[in-house]
Ligand binder design. Structure first.
Ligand SMILES: *Cc1c(COP(=O)(O)O)cnc(C)c1O
Length: 435
């Protein structure tokens, strides 16, 4: 597998280089040089395969010779060891639950696969791989639990003090082993700035082998295609022919993977991108003008993104053809009040408790259905377990949530965390002194 930069198609790097660099030097994004078309017989018979079998087939088609088949199989089986079930709420509406991994968010697919690929490419005797990650909540948990115990790696997580939920904080701070948590007396943007400065610090990079677990890493995008195929397989087994996926979107990595799956030959009728009031993409699809804005804080805070970093990839997949894009993606935007009402409606109508991100997808799938009649299954993606967002969910509904066993077991565990002021020298000293 070779990858080019969206800013320079003449630049070609092997998969391994794209994984460790995350970003090309020209600040484009890595895209596969060739998007393989899957064998139509595989799609025809897809309902016969398991999630792991599908995942291996797709990964192998994309990555090719860069990882031998038997090694790739082991990576996939170790990484994708939890389900992503499609559950019907009514005859035509279903939810694809992506929160059955260790951190209860869909980011587990990307983080677990990426951690194992990085460990695979890190040869014995090489310097320890130091992963730095800034998080507003979900990314840190997925990366921490994804790398936990993975040999040859160490993770340092920076999160803003008081701005992550209880379950999120427990997932960041109770791991020990090769995971370290820093509680930063500042905002998520401060955390990101500290990490960025570390990557640009030449003397630090001479001491440590730093890498980022950034969401734009190609090794996080690839595994996110798996569950679109798996959802289709489950639907096909039930006789469904056409499907529309609605994806709650922030950085647009999740829906970008869906579109990549579509380009590989997955039969999808349409995609719907659901956003909170950070509506750069819905505005773009309407006006044709890409006009990013600073992010606005909402209840669905994992989607508080004003300038979605993966949008460039989606433009690239469609070679900038706006008409083709509009033919394949619709987009709707919702505010906090509508999000709350949607969570209540899901609970009252279907006895289903959804996180705020998922509720936004539910609203957008309904809006699309009203404008586009026809026989198809409307599948909206549930990106996180509701237990991670207590402040966004009404108290009565929250009290009905059945906590996953893993979340219960975190309760009361010792918190292992160091406090950090927003000060680069302190951060650097921490990294060097604890090496
Ligand atoms: C990260 C996240 C999103 C946004 O996904 P993108 O790939 O950035 O569009 C949505 N919901 C939840 C719960 C998340 O953690």
């Amino acid at each position: 597998m070779k990858l080019y930069s969206t800013n320079n198609k003449n630049l070609r790097v092997p998969f391994q280089e794209a994984v460790f660099n995350a970003l090309p030097v020209d600040n484009g994004l890595y895209m596969p040089e060739v998007i393989p078309r899957l064998d139509p017989l595989f799609i025809r018979d897809i309902q016969q395969y398991s999630l792991q079998e599908i995942a291996f087939y797709i990964a192998n088609a994309l990555i090719g010779d860069d990882i031998p088949e038997s090694d790739l199989k082991a990576i996939v089986e170790d990484a994708i060891n939890f389900d992503a079930p499609v559950k019907f709420l009514s005859a035509e509406t279903a939810v694809l639950e992506l929160f059955h991994g260790p951190s209860y968010a869909f980011k587990d697919f990307g983080a677990r696969f990426m951690s194992r690929v990085m460990a695979y490419f890190s040869k014995k005797g090489e310097k320890l791989l130091d992963v730095l990650v800034a998080t507003s909540g979900d990314t840190g948990g997925a990366v921490a639990l994804g790398f936990l115990g993975v040999e040859g790696t160490r993770v340092t997580i920076l999160y803003p003090k008081g701005k992550v939920s209880k379950v999120q904080e427990e997932q960041l701070t109770t791991n020990g082993q090769n995971i370290r948590a820093l509680e930063v007396n500042g905002t998520f943007d401060d955390c990101q700035a500290l990490v960025k400065q570390a990557f640009n610090d030449i003397s630090l990079n001479e001491e440590l082998r730093l890498t980022s677990a950034n969401s734009i890493n190609i090794a996080r995008l690839i595994p996110q295609t798996f569950y679109y195929f798996w959802a289709y397989a489950q639907l096909k087994a039930q006789g469904v022919r056409d499907v529309v996926f609605t994806v709650p979107s922030g950085n647009f990595g999740n829906i970008g993977a869906g579109l990549l799956a579509y380009k590989m030959g997955l039969p999808v009728k349409h995609f719907v991108a659901a956003t909170n009031v950070n509506d750069t993409v819905p505005r773009f699809l309407k006006s044709g003008m890409y006009d990013p804005k600073p992010s606005i804080q909402t209840l669905a805070n994992a989607m508080d993104v004003g300038n979605p970093s993966n949008w460039v990839r989606i433009q690239d997949l469609f070679a900038g053809n706006l008409d083709e894009l509009r033919g394949m993606i619709s987009s709707y935007t919702y505010d906090d009040q509508q999000t709350k009402e949607a969570m209540d409606e899901l609970y009252e109508k279907y006895n289903y408790i959804a996180c705020p991100h998922t509720a936004i997808a539910y609203l957008a799938s309904k809006a699309y259905k009203i404008e586009n009649h026809g026989e198809y299954a409307s599948v909206f993606l549930s990106t996180a377990h509701p237990c991670k967002f207590p402040d966004a969910i009404s108290e009565t509904v929250f009290s009905e949530i059945e906590l996953p066993e893993g979340a219960k077991s975190l309760y009361g565990k010792e918190k292992l965390v160091e406090e950090l002021e927003v000060d680069y020298e302190s951060f650097k000293s921490f990294l060097l002194e604890n090496n």
